[in-house]
Design a binder for this molecule. Structure first.
Ligand code: AMP
Ligand code: MN
Ligand code: MN
Ligand code: MN
Length: 316
């Protein structure tokens, strides 16, 4: 097993100015670049495709290393991995854990863990626990502004009864003509200060990182550009994440624009974090970034799949 401690050999290698594992066409180094897509959702959480259909889509789009990262759930991992093996598509286990940090919801992706780990499974179950009640509260809030029956409506889109999310409400509000698209839903409803928003307490940062790392995986900050932190709060978030044993950050994600790519490249280097890449694909109808279509990771970063080499599932 590789060393997962934050001060282990991979971390010290990151501090060298030009990591030899990076792709560099000018100097004939071995190319470590692969089309890895390590963030997406199936109907086991709030995506619309089955894990098998996502595996096929990833393969068709040229993805060379794939992870399914359903929210707070590993119930789709076996199906995703089996489908990937059938397609000869290398696979890393994945999940995306909902976390409350300093009163804000943030997401922590876990990659390369043992999907049968009991502490991880119990932690995810506890994190999912309040979703049904929260959804009923959201429905009651929407009813106050004249949108009736949203809980029953959202349930029709749910693939996993344990995992009702705002995305399912968004689909219901679009299909019933309340909004034109899910982006409009998340502008007008379901977000802090708007009808249908219900504050919720998710997992603690240290617990989410611990569940992932104790199961042999690497914890990765998901789409940091989406959080509305002040610079001081963001520094505290990254510092605490690292202090708890977190080792990675998403730099190239469908949730980032080009200035976020540059900013979080610098942040990854500043904090000595491995860099990840993933579309955060949810649905062919809704997602603007498809699996495997993002730009490459900047060459000066060390990809998160380097320390996870031994954890990649490949067809034997
Ligand atoms: P929940 O875990 O129930 O709070 O739902 C969070 C999910 O809502 C995210 O994983 C996204 O899939 C979706 N979401 C949140 N904000 C937006 C947005 N602005 N546009 C589209 N989808 C969003
Ligand atoms: Mn989602
Ligand atoms: Mn997320
Ligand atoms: Mn996601």
């Amino acid at each position: 097993m590789h060393n997962l401690s934050p001060n282990g050999p991979f971390m010290s290698r990151m501090k060298t100015p030009s990591p030899p594992l990076s792709y560099n066409a000018d100097v004939n180094l071995p190319s470590a670049w692969i089309n890895a897509d390590l963030h997406c959702h199936s109907c086991v959480s709030d995506g619309t495709l089955e894990p098998e259909a996502l595996a096929a889509r990833a393969k068709a789009n040229g993805v060379e290393l794939w992870a399914l990262t359903d929210h707070d759930e590993v119930g789709g991992q076996h199906r995703a991995m089996t489908a990937a093996m059938d397609l000869d598509l290398p696979y890393l286990t994945g999940t995306e854990i909902s976390v409350t940090f300093a009163g804000t919801t943030v997401h922590i992706v876990g990659l390369g863990f043992d999907a049968n780990d009991e502490q991880l499974i119990a932690g995810l179950a506890a994190t999912r626990g309040g979703r049904r009640e929260r959804a009923m509260d959201m429905s009651n809030e929407l009813a106050k502004v004249g949108i009736k029956g949203a809980y029953q409506g959202a349930l029709r889109y749910v693939g996993n009864p344990d995992l009702i999310s705002r995305t399912h409400f968004a689909r219901h509000l679009v299909d019933t003509g309340v909004c034109h698209d899910t982006q409009e839903v998340f502008r007008r409803y379901l977000v802090d200060g708007k009808p249908g928003y219900v504050p919720h307490r998710w997992a603690k940062l240290q617990d989410a990182v611990r569940w992932i790392t104790q199961a042999g995986g690497i914890a990765v900050i998901a789409h940091p550009g989406r959080y509305k932190f002040t610079p001081n709060e963001e520094f505290a978030f990254f510092s605490e994440f690292k202090a708890h044993g977190g080792q990675g950050v998403e730099v190239i994600t469908g949730s980032h624009n080009t200035s976020d790519f540059a900013k979080y490249t610098d942040t990854a280097l500043e904090f000595g974090l491995f860099a990840s890449r993933g579309a955060d694909f949810h649905s062919p109808e809704e997602s603007h970034t498809d699996l495997g279509t993002l730009p490459e990771l900047p060459a000066k970063l060390t990809p998160v799949w380097e320390p996870l080499r031994d954890r990649i599932h490949k067809r034997s």
